[in-house]
Design a binder for this molecule. Sequence first.
Ligand SMILES: Cc1cc2nc3c(=O)[nH]c(=O)nc-3n(C[C@H](O)[C@H](O)[C@H](O)COP(=O)(O)OP(=O)(O)OC[C@H]3O[C@@H](n4cnc5c(N)ncnc54)[C@H](O)[C@@H]3O)c2cc1C
Length: 394
Amino acid sequence: MKAIVAGAGIAGLVTARQLGLAGWDVELLEKSRAPRSDGYMMDFFGPGVEASERIGLYPRLAASAYQIESADYVDAAGRRTCSIDYGQFSRLAGGKVLSLLRPDIERAALSALGDVPEGRVRLSYWTRVLRAWTDDGGAHVAVDGAPEDVLTADVLVGADGIHSVVRAALFGPDTDCLRLLGMRAAAFIVTDPALNARFRNRFILTDTIDRMAGLYSLRNDEVAAFLVYRAPRDGSVPELQAVRERLRAEFAGATEAVDRLLELCPEHPYDDVVAQVVLPCWQKQRAVLVGDAAGAVSLLAGQGGSLAIAGAALLGDILGPVNASDQINSALARFDKEWRPVVEVAQASGRRAAASFLPRNRAQRLLRRWIIRGTRLPGIDRLVARQILRTIAK
Ligand SMILES: Cc1cc2nc3c(=O)[nH]c(=O)nc-3n(C[C@H](O)[C@H](O)[C@H](O)COP(=O)(O)OP(=O)(O)OC[C@H]3O[C@@H](n4cnc5c(N)ncnc54)[C@H](O)[C@@H]3O)c2cc1C
């Protein structure tokens, strides 16, 4: 059996590996020239933990994890206003939370492709899927080239992220599938030994209204930054304004460390809408979506990387044993049925978090400080605090 997987992000790499291990031939197509190095620190918990243990990826992930002790909110002068204890967070999540840089998860999944017998998975970078269609004869994609090449397989897996081309071709345009959450997020990594030395082992988060910058020191004198800010409901940004200039304008004066980060910000950092993907169906004749392409939960749910791995592992479990074309559609339907409830729970949590993630005024900011401070009192945990915050934010 043969599969085409569009997109070699976390979901695409894991899907390709699991199908390759099950004996499938896989064409894995990725538009970037090489693994993407842009990224931010993620809390890896939830379904991806069990899935990555089951498929043997967990030790590779744990090997690149960072040790975080706390997340400290700071005011414009850099003074701590409140702090979240990561040990407590980890205990509440069952003791298994890894702090991982997104590109490190991707690298771990890439290195795990080495477990597949040689030649089973062909990974082609700098190969963009332009169009996709399916018919009784198979699933087809056109990729860039001169002239366009057309590839055919038994199944097409769209693992090409939140703005999926496969989804647009087979399931509907972004305008029908994206639920915008009224924010944008940017992320980039800079090299600055002095900043790096100041913030080891803790997240720094600005205690700001309508925007938040986060930073974390990496190995090798680097600092990872992520920035979340309000955007119009349609996610639009002023035309002709370069991303870096927009970020500098949005975050001017947040703290001196953020000003420094923005001085060093690359010209084209990652910057995208904060959104979820909502679709009534993730599969149709010989085609299926996985990862963010199917059901992005947004950074607010904090589980995108985890769900990308768990969803891809489940797809591999269900599709892997299929060895005849007439079994494909029922396998894809089973995947949709089993995976959908997990994604819907995470999406609901992301939507609730959207209401209180960026305080809209001083009162909401003060409330957040009290709640976070309250989590350090005996008997009051973050889950209770989150519940209170949700109730008041309604
Ligand atoms: C600021 C921020 C913070 C986040 N924090 C967390 C967190 O704390 N915890 C967490 O778990 N998740 C977090 N996430 C979410 C997480 O990054 C994603 O949910 C996860 O990476 C999904 O993986 P994916 O493989 O489905 O999609 P992607 O990572 O988007 O991969 C899609 C791949 O497809 C490729 N591609 C796209 N179009 C084409 C095409 N036409 N042809 C060929 N290739 C194509 C892309 O280049 C890319 O490599 C965060 C996200 C953001 C933005």
